[in-house]
Design a protein. Structure first.
Length: 529
């Protein structure tokens, strides 16, 4: 071997795939763009739905961005980062997931054009960061403040437009606002206090129940199926004879001892039921098991009992009926009981469910959503979850903006002006950011079968004349005042989508080396863990 030849040094295991430099960036950007493209056609009132069939044949039909991305089971690491944007948006508000993902994809597409001009990724990332700060300032300036019932109704209707719930959106909007206001404590709203249950039926028959609906049935058939003016006990202990913590043997030498032993067990169970009766309870919800004999005694006493109730449902029942959750049956007292005007078992889709209704001043409620088929009911449930998040966000923040692409066009116009104040190469990145903003109105136009170029030129002209809420009317193809037409969204959707999309775009741009470990290494790692 000559001295000029250099022995290659391997620092990574065999089968490790490594992509560096521009190849790594392009692969990551292509993956992120593919994710955005997958959900792009679902945006807006004229958006289309996706059908996703998993490995066992379960079918999901939806146009909800985060649901599509979760069900698709995406594997590419950069694509997963874009899916995280949708999940963050879902956790923060519950709506606007498609908008956030489309923005992230378009920011990366525009960045790719700048990379082709040999502009350094960190310069683009810095320009995007500056543009996002300026965009957030503009959003705060143009946002409308002040909440009215009509505003909340328009926000709920906007959230449901283009989804399965659109047919009865007027009625559903009223129910949604009522549900949010019921669980509101000042500015605090916990959407976990609103349980959304779906069932097959006439979608116009969806209703708000001042109480809870739980997927359980009474433990004994001879128990009453309906109890009026119910006094409710919530127990997170079992109504059974406890087994000892240690291994213990009981030696019985003659039948009388066995009889005494069984009598003692029966006496203890009878005592449990007597204690519940003394407290005045007529309905018992138990988080754990109820012994067969205890079930018999409870049914004899005319008490409706339910076992193995989920902890989350027990907590909601506590907030709905004002009952206290008791950890020991011995401690149960009349002060611990809650009240419901009616507790009854109803058969829904061949399944028994318990309705705890007519609660006084409930702090947890149930939205009973109905749809013609299982898939329709599920999609209406998702649309209602979006609307609940939007209404809650506006009540919390007190700020809203026009929809229909109006906000994005206003931001694009302001960012173009802002770009002229910069002198470095960041100016090009800010301009690219401004162009990326127009992807939302462009997509709305494309999904409605309109000419996007005509729509965008009309919108630009309107915004030049200071019509800040000028958006696309997807039904007529003309420009409209989104605010006057009632197409309104929470400001939080826009601020969160901008922040998440910009951050993920910056992060992906900064990656210039992708190292994928070999499957063998992954197996070894899993074995070690």
């Amino acid at each position: 071997m000559s001295n000029n030849q250099v022995q290659p040094i391997f620092i990574l295991p065999e089968d490790t795939k490594r992509t560096t430099g521009k190849d790594a960036q392009r692969n990551n950007i292509a993956a992120a763009k593919a994710v955005a493209q997958a959900v792009r056609t679902t945006l807006g009132p004229k958006g289309m739905d996706k059908m996703i069939v998993d490995s066992v044949g379960n079918v999901v039909v939806t146009n909800d961005g985060v649901t599509i991305l979760k069900e698709m089971q995406i594997e590419h690491p950069a694509a997963k980062m874009v899916v995280e944007v949708a999940k963050t948006q879902e956790d923060a508000i519950g709506d606007g997931t498609t908008t956030a993902v489309i923005l992230a994809g378009e920011l990366l597409k525009r960045a790719e054009e700048l990379l082709d001009q040999n502009i350094h990724p960190t310069v683009i990332a810095k320009g995007y960061h500056l543009a996002e700060i300026e965009a957030q300032k503009v959003l705060q300036e143009i946002a409308s403040r002040g909440i009215t019932d009509n505003l909340l109704k328009n926000i709920a209707i906007t959230a449901m437009t283009g989804k399965g719930a659109e047919v009865n959106k007027e009625k559903l909007a009223g129910i949604i606002i009522q549900a949010v206001k019921t669980v509101q404590h000042g500015q605090h709203i916990d959407l976990a206090d609103i349980k959304v249950e779906r069932q097959i039926g006439n979608s116009s028959a969806s209703e708000l129940i001042a109480g809870m609906v739980i997927d359980k049935e009474r433990v004994h058939p001879t128990m009453p199926s309906a109890v009026t003016s119910a006094r409710i006990a919530l127990l997170d202990c079992s109504l059974e004879i406890k087994n000892t913590e240690i291994d213990a043997k009981i030696q019985i030498t003659d039948p009388t001892q066995l009889s005494l032993f069984l009598d003692q067990e029966e006496k203890t169970l009878r005592l449990m039921v007597e204690k519940i009766l003394q407290a005045g309870a007529t309905v018992v919800f138990c988080q754990r098991g109820i012994d067969d004999l205890a079930q018999h005694f409870l049914s004899k006493a005319g008490i409706l009992a339910v076992r193995r109730v989920k902890k989350s449902d027990l907590e909601k029942l506590s907030r709905a009926t004002a009952a206290k959750i008791v950890s020991s049956w011995k401690e149960l007292s009349p002060a611990d009981l809650g009240f419901a005007g009616m507790v009854q078992e109803k058969k829904i889709d061949a399944q028994e469910m318990l309705f705890i209704e007519q609660c006084q001043n409930p702090k947890a409620v149930t939205l009973l959503v109905k749809g013609g088929t299982e898939h329709v009911a599920e999609e209406i449930k998702r649309a209602i979850a979006d609307a609940l998040g939007d209404v809650a966000a506006v009540i919390r923040e007190g700020t809203a903006v026009g929809g229909a692409g109006a906000v994005e066009m206003e931001l694009a116009q302001n960012l173009r002006k802002y770009a002229h104040t910069l002198v470095g190469r960041e100016q090009l990145a800010v301009q690219a950011f401004a162009e990326a903003m127009e992807i939302i109105p462009r997509t709305l136009a494309e999904n409605a079968g309109l000419d996007p170029i005509d729509c965008l030129t009309q919108l630009r002209s309107a915004h030049e004349q200071h019509q800040i809420w000028a958006g696309i009317d997807v039904f007529s193809g003309k420009t409209m005042d989104a605010w006057k037409e009632g197409v309104i969204e929470p400001l939080k959707i826009k601020t969160q989508a901008l922040r998440s999309a910009t951050e993920v775009a910056e992060m992906i741009l900064r990656i210039d080396d992708v190292i994928l470990g070999s499957p063998a290494d992954k197996k070894m790692l899993e074995m070690e863990l």
